[in-house]
Design a binder for this molecule. Structure first.
Ligand code: ZN
Ligand code: ZN
Length: 60
């Protein structure tokens, strides 16, 4: 099971590039943008889990 970097928000479909700072993932790697996470009350609609910022590849 490889970590999959989904290219877009699962809710609104906005593009989330790997270096995006507004990409958020839940414990089960569902990917949403920060706007949708806020609207969802920080609860994943698929899993009921919380979100964390997705790591970018800009980690120096
Ligand atoms: Zn979204
Ligand atoms: Zn989820």
């Amino acid at each position: 099971m490889a970590l999959e970097m989904r290219p877009s928000c699962e809710s609104c479909g906005v593009g989330l590039r790997p270096e995006s700072t507004v990409a958020m993932i839940c414990s089960y790697e569902c990917t949403f943008c920060a706007d949708c996470v806020e609207k969802l009350g920080n609860v994943c609609p698929n899993c009921g889990g919380g979100f964390a910022p997705r790591p970018t590849r800009l980690s120096a």
